[in-house]
Design a protein. Sequence first.
Length: 127
Amino acid sequence: MFQLDVKSRKSIYEQVVDNLKELIVSGVLKEDEKLPSVRDLSGQLTVNPNTVQKAYRELERQGYVYTTSGLGTFVAGRAEQQIDTAMLAKVLAELRAGIRELQYLGLSREQAMAQIKTLFDERSDWK
């Protein structure tokens, strides 16, 4: 499904969350598709089941997945995904810092916008 980087600064649980979000956002995992069980995914990734359970809970809190008792965890529809305002603020702060760096590098506004547009264009799954 995906690889984890044990040398990363991010915790394993955060990497699981990020990787599953990427698979959902990019459309690899479709709406109402069943995710692997906690036990199965922890076995595939060779991590503690509690780590996967924590990641699933976080994804559910953010609205990316939902759990049905006795059936498992499934990908939620996009309409059900709520904007995490704390995460939005963090991402916007990172974007501001990145834009400042582009300016410090000497790029004009037009050059910076062209670079940003290229990044958007690389995301063929963005609608």
